[in-house]
Ligand binder design. Structure first.
Ligand SMILES: Nc1ncnc2c1ncn2[C@@H]1O[C@H](COP(=O)(O)OP(=O)(O)O)[C@@H](O)[C@H]1O
Ligand SMILES: [Mg+2]
Length: 272
């Protein structure tokens, strides 16, 4: 088994066709939030390269800068120093090539489930019939086909999270940025969602950046786990995960190598 042996160097293109996958890179990135109570150094000299198709999990203590890292790639903020790039281009703002999923579903309650999922295509002026087809395909993918015409507040937390993932996928993003997306779900739903996410990723080959508090989840999903230090965030461990994507199943969680890696990362986080 090799760290990335099972990951295609050139990821397959998504449903909309010719999506070219690009490398994400942070070059000497420092991020400072200026506040009334003084400046907060959130990230300190972070260098990071994420290859197309990688599934990178990020763990680290609360407040260490994980969401800041994700927000820089999403284009929500610009780094105080250094550069964040996608391919050869500097990231200057959000775009449909990067889909974001948060811990708290932020669906629009005045739209149906289907309308929420079709929102991105609508903003890109995709025709009604086509965006309906996109939404219905994704709703089927995340197991919500029967709920397309429901209001979002009629869905359970796990279903809302699925809807959010479907909405993020509707632009066929080359990168999925997920900030503790399963953090609010019960254990059973969470494991089910992990498997669904793996299926989606194996099929479409997006690049994924996945933030979580759970070392187990980070290892189960990732092809690579980044461990961050307490603030100011730095990457203190960049751990390849040697398990092929198709071998991620219940048995893996008990595998001695999995258990050993979980302990190693836990020690790095100061949990053991
Ligand atoms: N908009 C902001 N203004 C000021 N400080 C912020 C802001 N956003 C985050 N911070 C601070 O930056 C640090 C890193 O935050 P964040 O990236 O959200 O950490 P994490 O996601 O790892 O919990 C924290 O100390 C947080 O309080
Ligand atoms: Mg956060």
């Amino acid at each position: 088994m090799t760290a990335t042996g099972a990951i295609p160097a050139t990821a397959p293109t998504g449903p909309s066709g010719a999506a070219q996958r690009h490398r994400v890179a942070l070059h000497g990135v420092t991020h400072v939030y200026a506040g009334r109570g003084g400046d907060v150094l959130a990230l300190d000299h972070v260098d990071l390269v994420i290859e197309p198709g990688e599934f990178v999990s990020v763990v680290g203590p609360s407040g260490c800068g994980k969401s800041t890292l994700l927000g820089l790639i999403a284009g929500f903020h610009r780094p105080t120093r250094g550069r964040v790039t996608l391919g050869d281009e500097e990231i200057r703002g959000p775009g449909p090539d990067r889909g974001v999923v948060f811990q708290q579903p932020n669906l629009y309650p005045w739209m149906s489930v289907r309308e929420n999922v079709a929102l991105g295509p609508r903003l890109r002026h995709v025709r009604r019939a086509q965006r309906r087809a996109i939404a219905d395909r994704l709703l089927a993918l995340v197991g919500l086909a029967e709920f397309a015409d429901h209001a979002t507040y009629e869905l359970s937390g796990g279903m809302q999270q699925r809807c959010q993932i479907a909405r993020a996928l509707a632009n066929d993003p080359e990168i999925l940025l997920m900030d503790e997306p399963f953090g609010a779900l019960d254990a059973l739903t969470r494991e089910r969602m992990q498997d669904e996410l793996l299926t989606i990723w194996r099929d479409a080959g997006q690049t994924v950046l996945f933030i979580t508090h759970s070392v187990e989840e980070a290892l189960y999903l990732g092809t690579r786990v980044l461990v961050m230090s307490p603030r100011p965030g730095r990457i203190v461990l960049d751990q390849p995960v040697p398990f092929p994507p198709h071998e991620r199943d219940r048995a893996l969680r008990e595998h001695p190598e999995f258990v050993a890696l979980r302990a190693r990362i836990g020690r790095e986080l100061g949990l053991a």
